[in-house]
Design a binder for this molecule. Structure first.
Ligand SMILES: [Zn+2]
Length: 52
């Protein structure tokens, strides 16, 4: 399973089992995203807005 980061477009491989609603941190840019849909071997994600 993998997903592309909407922020930096890096293709990240997911080693753990994930499901819709799982939060992930992009290892490349640190952006937090949430999985919105799983399509075969690809997870679709959206950026999570977080206040600093
Ligand atoms: Zn990224």
């Amino acid at each position: 399973m993998n997903y592309s980061c909407p922020e930096c477009n890096n293709l990240n491989e997911l080693l753990e089992e994930v499901s819709v609603g799982t939060f992930l941190d992009c290892p490349e840019c640190g952006m937090t995203v949430m999985i919105t849909e799983i399509d075969g071997n690809t997870a679709n994600v959206k950026v999570v807005e977080n206040d600093k």
